[in-house]
Design a protein around this ligand. Structure first.
Ligand SMILES: [Fe+2]
Length: 335
């Protein structure tokens, strides 16, 4: 599109551009040009004079780019208007042509402007394409991570019949309790995953010890204790963006009084997420059948949690668990 109030200049420019094999439209002012664009839609290239009645070229440039940011606009300037032309470049014009206009120069500038526009559009396309590709890869990575995690959990449950379903229940109890403690979004998601994976290190525990019906010897107990730190080591390469998951796996056997393992942390030094999983893990362990003892009733288990709140367990977490599951007996039936 050629925009100029001087009909003669306008026509000759249009003819030169047509020799490029491009169709042209002409407008005698900025206002008319905007009206044509509004009616017929965006054009790839506009050559616009700067000084025109009604709406000057600078105002037209601003208006046109705000509505059609992909349009290439080249300004026509008189010799004395170089400063204005530079201003136009700052506003987003692609180039300027000085009057008097030379045919060869117009051809060269038109080619250059269209090339530049193509480059800008291509860049944008690649960028958008790249962004969606990265998003897709990220989604697939997360998906395969979750599949891998589920495989690990199933492998563990195949090895240790008594923990079958334990990870899923712990995860579910932990999430509901965490909601009552104000967790949301990604922090809550990490608790869900941490609950699923808290015992994953038991993959490295000897089966005869895992399923031993009697009391464990000191050495066997020591061996079992290794599952917390081992679990963290197994998951560390995959969980760089989920530090809470690693904290849960490592610290879910810590006790508030410092008598837990593997680090003997006490009080607030124990990650809060791990204190949540510790409570619900204990509840589920007490109420399900184990190799070494029959299950306790849910009410017994709740009494035990209450009794040990403040020494073994975080009292606030025990409270939140009881608020999340006010009727623990019903909870077991629903699982
Ligand atoms: Fe554990």
């Amino acid at each position: 599109m050629v925009v100029d109030d001087d009909a003669q200049v306008r026509h000759s420019l249009a003819r030169v551009i047509e020799t490029h094999g491009l169709a042209t439209t002409e407008a005698g002012s900025g206002t008319e040009a905007l009206a044509i664009l509004e009616r017929d839609g965006e054009v790839p290239l506009v050559i616009s004079d700067i000084y025109m009645p009604e709406m000057d070229g600078v105002t037209f440039l601003r208006e046109a780019l705000s509505r059609y940011p992909d349009m290439a606009i080249v300004m026509l300037t008189g010799v004395a208007e170089v400063a204005t032309a530079v201003e136009c470049l700052k506003l987003g014009a692609l180039d300027y042509i000085s009057k008097p206009v030379l045919i060869e120069e117009v051809r060269a500038r038109v080619d250059k402007a269209l090339e530049k526009r193509d480059l800008v559009l291509q860049n944008r396309f690649y960028q958008q394409h790249l962004e969606s590709r990265v998003r897709e890869l990220d989604r697939r990575n997360k998906e395969s991570l979750i599949n891998g995690v589920q495989t690990l959990v199933h492998a563990l449950e195949a090895k240790d019949a008594y923990t079958s379903g334990h990870s899923a229940r712990v995860s579910r109890y932990a999430v509901k309790t965490a909601v009552h403690l104000g967790y949301t979004g990604d922090r809550l998601e990490q608790i869900r995953l941490g609950g699923e994976l808290h015992d994953i290190g038991k993959i490295g525990t000897r089966e005869d010890i895992l399923n031993k019906p009697g009391t464990l010897t000191a050495e066997e107990f020591q061996h079992i204790k290794g599952h917390a730190a081992l679990g963290e080591r197994i998951l560390a390469p995959f969980m760089g963006e989920s530090p809470s998951v690693l904290r849960i796996v490592r610290s879910h056997h810590e006790r508030l009084d410092g008598a837990g393992f593997p680090d003997g942390l006490a009080g607030d030094a124990i990650p809060h997420e791990a204190r949540i999983v510790s409570v619900v893990d204990a509840f589920d362990a007490m109420t399900t059948n184990r190799a070494y003892r029959p299950p306790r009733t849910p009410l017994d288990a709740v009494d035990e949690l209450r009794r040990c709140a403040g020494t073994h367990f975080d009292a606030g977490v025990v409270e939140a668990f009881l608020r999340a599951f006010p009727d623990p007996a019903a909870l077991l039936i629903s699982v």
